[in-house]
Design a protein around this ligand. Structure first.
Ligand SMILES: [Zn+2]
Length: 169
């Protein structure tokens, strides 16, 4: 069996992408963009990046989850097309939304107080849910909770790339 020094298994290739995204500067730095390009993955535009930086979906470091997803998708496609059944299975069993959410947990602001605030705000949200529903109609991403920005037209979450927007049906 020929030993390729390059990465040839699914898990380590995914992990390398994850580490690169994680160690990028907030919102993606030049090194990350080069890495994305090496996969032929499309960067978020400057407008999209600025919009995300100003949105309520705060991050402390790292590339945006959507960009990591774009690289993941290319890796998954690559391995799904392999003849090797093991490689194909690991790619096909990859849970994209879960993995992106896991990554998001690592880059979002971390503090003990934050948890208290977010619990409080969940209570508040439930309390005022009826009120909000009547005056305001917002879609939220089922995967990461990002609100769908009303000023833009898009189907997939701009933050994490999931297509599961929750509607109030
Ligand atoms: Zn999302």
């Amino acid at each position: 069996m020929s030993e390729d020094k390059d990465i040839t298994d699914f898990k380590s290739e995914i992990d390398r992408a994850y580490q690169n995204a994680l160690h990028s500067e907030k919102g993606g730095d030049a090194k990350w963009k080069t890495f994305m390009q090496s996969y032929g993955a499309e960067n978020l535009s400057e407008d999209e990046t600025n919009m995300l930086l100003n949105s309520e979906m705060k991050i402390t470091k790292g590339a945006y989850p959507l960009e990591l997803r774009r690289v993941y998708e290319i890796i998954v496609r690559k391995y799904s097309a392999q003849n090797n059944e093991g490689l194909r299975n690991s790619a096909d069993n990859f849970n994209m939304d879960d993995e992106i959410k896991k990554y998001y947990q690592r880059i979002k602001p971390f503090s003990g107080m934050g948890d208290i605030f977010s619990n409080a705000s969940i209570t508040m949200n439930k309390y005022s849910e009826g009120l909000q529903k009547s005056k305001h109609y917002t879609f939220k991403c089922k995967n990461c909770g990002a609100p769908r920005l009303e000023e833009m037209q898009y189907d997939n979450c701009l933050f994490c790339g999931s297509k599961l927007f929750e509607n109030a049906n």
